[in-house]
Ligand binder design. Sequence first.
Ligand code: HEM
Length: 471
Amino acid sequence: MTVLNSKINIVKKPPTRGLSILIQRYQAIFQLWDLLEAEYQKYGDIYIDSFGDITQVLLSNPQAIEQVFTADPNLFAIGKFNRVLEPLLGEYSLIMLDGVEHQKQRKLLMPPFHGERMKAYGQIIIDVTERAIGQWQVGKPFQLREYAAEISLQVIVKAVFGINKTEQYQELIHLLSSCLDIFNSPLKSTLLMFTWLQKDLGSWSPWGQFIRKKKRIEEILSEAIAARRDNSQLLGEDILSLMLSVRDENGAAMTDSEIKDELMTMLFAGHETTANSLAWAFYWIYSHREVRQKLLDELNDINDNTDPNMIAKLPYLSAVVAETLRISPTVVGTFVRQLKQPMELMGYKFAAGTIFSPCIYLVHQREDIYPEPKKFKPERFLKPDPLDENLITFDRPFSAYEYLPFGGGNRRCLGYAFALFEMKLVLGTILARSELTLLDRKPLKPMRRGVTFSPSGGVKMALNKLNLEKK
Ligand code: HEM
């Protein structure tokens, strides 16, 4: 790193040695949010953490993040750092790709998760949610996260395979959820973080179980691909059909391995993240009576609280979702960006090989951007209408470098619009149809589940009453 013309001082974290290495590893697995905050206090919003011959620059400074997100994407290699997810997603996953290949796949996979194609899933999301509510019994406690996971999995499977084809994928749904459950605790998450733990010691060992389940998932995906290749009448508007029909500039189709890995990526990336974010939203809403009441009033005021498009436009509900993703980002940092050639950032020149790590959690905790950052205040995301002071309209007053739950630049989450739409519909439906009580009395801490974070204990709730009348 060379100083060119910088006005800021970038601090180098002292090298960690001996026992401190173990302590830090422990914290990174069990208390990552606390560790990040402590380092921010000590070293500031841009600091260098070197280990071996790797130089990592942790960024929670919006200006620096802007420079990274708006730089030429060809400056960075990202895919190879995501290799930790290769056992789960496969080598052809969008997440492992860089450059032209990445751009091409993104363009192909984007449309089903946006605009009208996405809106076609509105009624499905509401139906799936109502089915989940139907399983609750008055007085019998349950973990909200389990149901959020079931809902988000059913929804993403429908997006991938087609709205009416879920019945034949029940085994896949079961396998996917039990496969991800293998990493459901901080300790088991280490299986994904350290490749030397990835040993198949038989069907009873965690990695052995994972390998066997993953193999069966791949068989089911291969069968689904073969069935549609053989019978074009099975093709529809879903993501699998789209991948089967696409051709590149030379007329070549995607191979089965490419399709399999991309399907796995959509199923994985679209499921855990949305389920955890929903679990956080329920925790915050049900621990703030006034927030819940405002949401109920807003839902009561619309003509039809079963109309997906009306629910998705509600300003206070949108603000509650935005604030949940700010205060409890299930993904703590964006993918890391490694420099392929030297680059200037904030007046310093960084050598090729340097890794930039934008930290979502720390940016969202900045007091200068979000006063009282530990408080859940959806109003941050609301703006009074200048023409009518009683009317509040939704607006996002923060820049894309101050508010980044979905990352940014050319790697910005492919499913962000879909995730926001789904979260609002699930929350709106559950709030309108049921009266719930949060049973957890103590504040819930973030708990690692693989590469994401969800509320510890899964948000325990009890059903008081069902409101089945629709407006
Ligand atoms: C609340 C839910 C979600 C959150 C918080 C979330 C968050 C993120 C983040 C932080 C990234 C990394 C972006 C970067 O490095 O700049 C990402 C990437 C990605 N997300 Fe999401 N995500 C969510 C839901 C979804 C859904 C529903 C899908 C469905 C397709 C999805 C698919 C992806 C994919 C494919 C990528 C990789 C994009 C690329 O490499 O070009 N995500 N997401």
